[in-house]
Design a protein around this ligand. Structure first.
Ligand SMILES: [Zn+2]
Length: 284
């Protein structure tokens, strides 16, 4: 099983690897720059080198980058969209530079301009980024909880974005359990998972596009469209829900990435340990 957690890059991106290993992870997710700022300082070449060497030595796979939060390439506002595209390009360039396998970002909000227009803008934005920057890093659209005018809570929307791409082979999907649950998929039951997988396969982009799972419990109820992550077993999906999720056959080969709160006061990470204990893997 490949299990990672979103860890801090304080002190340099290369420091993130040790943080992941220390809590028992063999995969990692990081920000490539300050997630709440449009400005990104240049990556220091020595840090990049040390990151790549460390990642190989420690066998950290995959390396996932999460794009900054401010990005909204679906925005009808020219200024916001311009800045968003710049920021996504910066994140993509950095991801390629550090050899990241995936760059995850949220599709965006149409803020009243309509679903179809929003989707067109997202697809055009992705086309622009990928045409400008070559690289083997996959760009992953993450499904969202569906608050307000957010796009990408529905798998059909994710599919229409991908269908409008010039290089769809460079784009996939990251499925977040908290977002799926608050978007109305009842992951506490086998039937809920059946429905999610069937919709993803039929109306959505298809299971071959599913590249990673963000595993987070949800603080809010089913269908609430609210996005607040909880520690595994402490939210509405619960321990039993995660037992179903991590053992589901369709998810067996997918990297699992936790985005649960960090435990500052301890050396281990109970979320990592719990996921490992829930996964029934055959002994090798
Ligand atoms: Zn997520």
């Amino acid at each position: 099983m490949r299990l990672g957690k979103h860890v801090s890059i304080a002190g340099g991106i290369d420091k993130a690897l040790d943080r992941a290993v220390k809590i028992g992870c063999n995969a990692v997710q990081i920000f490539a720059s300050n997630p709440r700022s449009w400005q990104a300082k240049d990556l220091d070449p020595a840090t990049v080198k040390s990151f790549i060497a460390g990642r190989n030595e420690l066998d950290i796979n995959p390396v996932v980058v999460h794009a900054i939060y401010l990005i909204n390439i679906a925005s009808p506002g020219e200024e916001v969209r311009k800045k968003s595209l710049q920021a996504l390009k910066t994140d993509y360039r950095r991801s390629v530079k550090i050899g990241a396998d995936y760059l995850v970002f949220h599709p965006g909000s149409h803020t009243g301009s309509g679903i179809e227009r929003g989707i067109k803008k997202i697809a055009a934005g992705i086309n622009e980024v990928l045409a400008e920057i070559q690289g083997s890093t996959w760009l992953l659209l993450e499904n969202v909880a569906g608050a307000g005018t957010q796009l990408g809570a529905s798998f059909a929307e994710l599919n229409s974005i991908i269908n409008q791409l010039e290089e769809p082979e460079r784009v996939g999907v990251c499925l977040d359990t908290c977002h799926s649950y608050s978007a109305g998929y009842n992951l506490t039951r086998e039937e809920g998972l059946d429905r999610l997988l069937a919709e993803f396969a039929e109306a959505g982009p298809g299971l071959d596009k599913l590249k990673i799972l963000h595993i987070n419990d949800s603080l809010y109820e089913l269908g609430s469209n609210k996005d607040e992550h909880a520690h595994i077993g402490e939210g509405k999906i619960g321990r039993e829900g995660f037992s179903l999720i991590v053992n589901r056959q369709e998810f067996q080969n997918l990297p699992l990435i936790l985005e649960t709160p960090w435990f500052d006061d301890r050396e281990d990470d109970p979320d990592v340990d719990l996921i490992k204990s829930l996964r029934q893997e055959e002994e090798i």
